[in-house]
Design a protein around this ligand. Structure first.
Ligand SMILES: Cc1cc2nc3c(=O)[nH]c(=O)nc-3n(C[C@H](O)[C@H](O)[C@H](O)COP(=O)(O)OP(=O)(O)OC[C@H]3O[C@@H](n4cnc5c(N)ncnc54)[C@H](O)[C@@H]3O)c2cc1C
Length: 456
């Protein structure tokens, strides 16, 4: 009879930064996924270090909304993660996401219930700062851009950084985002999935002072979550920063190829931005309803254009190679249109934290590196389980996100601008992401891991 690995109640005390078994995790990248993984491991007493290429843990000045499943995952990951979100999250004036005909009538096409205080937004910089405060500074190393990982089958693995330094770890988790270097190390060099592709959508994003937003579109439209649909483009707005700013995201279709600006030198973080300006946005929405034109008029004169990349055309066939894996955008980069990418990274972080804590406990009971259960066997079993539990759901979100964008931009011929048909289709997609039993996912992962180890 296969036995499940015990649940996390017997984990090491929260806040510990070194594990009794000697298991050590290298997290490459300190974005939403990497920081949540670190906090999840910390909560479970598993040792880790974050290696981040930037000089600090930073996010851009824009908003982000976390869906109900993401909030649930935060709560299971660590009370501190969820409490931090509660401190910065901005409730919407109403518990509905509303879609408006932004091109013609300005009428509401469809209202989707988001649950009590569901799908709140915040400033990205606020939430990352709140989470980062909970990490011991000694566990985060900055200026560490990963270049290579030793190829050996056993542990420890050796990480080599661009600055010529190196480090060792038993497990490497690549949380290094959409243009992941670790993904290129996990997949064969010739794999098309090693790189994300341009979706032929780009966006303008801005945080607009709330007084200006209210003056332009009124209290109600500025205080609740809205999306304005239309031909070939859409605009999303929701309040953040304790109702002091309106987050505006305008997404446009683009028939051309995306060429990174010469000044980026192909540098990873800059490859998907180019300088843009308000005139371009104003021209794109010129024929739209006055409400949308007033929103677009709130954008700053100079701003970046953000290319939307994803992995829909060339999904990674696996997220794992031996004791190395990818998580978050590094594994399944998705567009922003379902507001689900960040939440998928948090769910990944939760499963990985639980599985790596289970490895840690097995090693602590058996003594690290015993013949019966060598560390690498347990780690490989844990990462294979992570891949099994997360693959289908995350790939589904990537594909569904593209389909959702077609619905918003009236590019689904069977639906067009029909509010009732749109409502039916979009409800299915959002509720599939949101109505997901995060705790059952964890239990499933722990049982699968136990079965795998016992059968080995
Ligand atoms: C316009 C837009 C709007 C969005 N809105 C939402 C939303 O409302 N809700 C939602 O859930 N999701 C949203 N998303 C998706 C969400 O932003 C991403 O899914 C999420 O930020 C991914 O986090 P990550 O930590 O996996 O990757 P990233 O945030 O990209 O973090 C990667 C980190 O790794 C570091 N790094 C990169 N390469 C290396 C290297 N070689 N060595 C060391 N470090 C490295 C980077 O500096 C960075 O800190 C949106 C995305 C976009 C583009």
């Amino acid at each position: 009879m296969p036995s499940a690995v015990p649940p996390s109640s017997d984990a090491a005390p929260a806040g510990s930064s070194s594990s009794s078994s000697g298991l050590h995790i290298a997290i490459v990248g300190g974005g939403i996924t990497g920081v949540n993984l670190a906090l999840g491991l910390q909560e479970r007493g598993v040792s880790f270090t974050i290696y981040e290429r930037s000089r600090g843990l930073r996010e851009i000045g824009a908003g982000i909304g976390f869906s109900p499943n993401a909030e649930w995952a935060m709560g299971v990951l660590s009370g501190g993660v969820a409490a931090a979100y509660d401190r910065v999250a901005n409730p919407n004036m109403e518990d509905y996401f509303q879609w408006v005909d932004g091109h013609g009538s300005d009428a509401v096409l469809f209202r989707l219930h988001v649950g009590r205080d569901g799908f709140r937004g915040c400033r990205r910089s606020d939430i990352l700062e709140e989470w980062a405060k909970q990490l011991p500074p000694a566990r985060v190393e900055f200026g560490k851009e990963i270049e290579a990982i030793s190829d050996g089958d056993g542990t420890p693995l050796e990480l080599q950084f661009r600055d010529g330094t190196s480090a060792t770890a038993d497990v490497v988790v690549g949380c290094d985002g959409i243009h992941s270097q670790i993904r290129q190390l996990v997949l064969p060099k010739t794999s098309a999935a090693a790189r994300a592709n341009y979706t032929h959508k780009f966006c303008f994003r801005a945080l607009v002072p709330m007084e200006r937003a209210v003056a332009a579109i009124g209290n109600y439209r500025a205080g609740a979550r809205f999306m304005y649909n239309g031909p070939g483009a859409h605009v999303v707005t929701y309040p953040v920063g304790n109702n002091t700013v309106l987050n505006v995201l305008a997404v446009l279709s683009d028939a051309e190829a995306w060429s990174p600006p010469a000044e980026s030198g192909g540098e990873q973080g800059k490859r998907h931005t180019a300088s843009g300006n308000k005139q371009e946005a104003v021209a794109a929405f010129a024929g739209w309803h006055g409400t949308v034109r007033r929103i677009v008029d709130l954008l700053p004169d100079e701003m970046d254009k953000w290319a939307v990349f994803d992995m829909a055309e060339h999904p990674a066939p696996t997220y794992v190679r031996d004791c190395v894996c990818v998580a978050g955008d590094a594994a399944h980069a998705t567009g922003p249109h379902l507001g689900a990418g960040g939440g998928m990274g948090i769910e990944d972080a939760l499963v990985l934290s639980e599985l790596l804590a289970a490895v840690d406990r097995r090693l602590a009971i058996g003594g690290a590196g015993t013949v019966a259960e060598p560390k690498t066997v347990l780690v490989k079993a844990a990462l294979a389980t992570y891949n099994d539990v997360r693959y289908e759901r995350t790939q589904d979100v990537v594909q569904s996100t593209r389909a959702a964008c077609d619905l918003f931009q009236w590019q689904n011929p069977a639906v067009g601008s029909d509010g009732a048909k749109f409502g039916h289709e979009i409800t299915k997609r959002f509720y599939k992401v949101w109505n997901y039993d995060v705790e059952a996912m964890v239990q499933d992962a722990l049982v699968q891991f136990g079965v795998r180890v016992d059968q080995d």
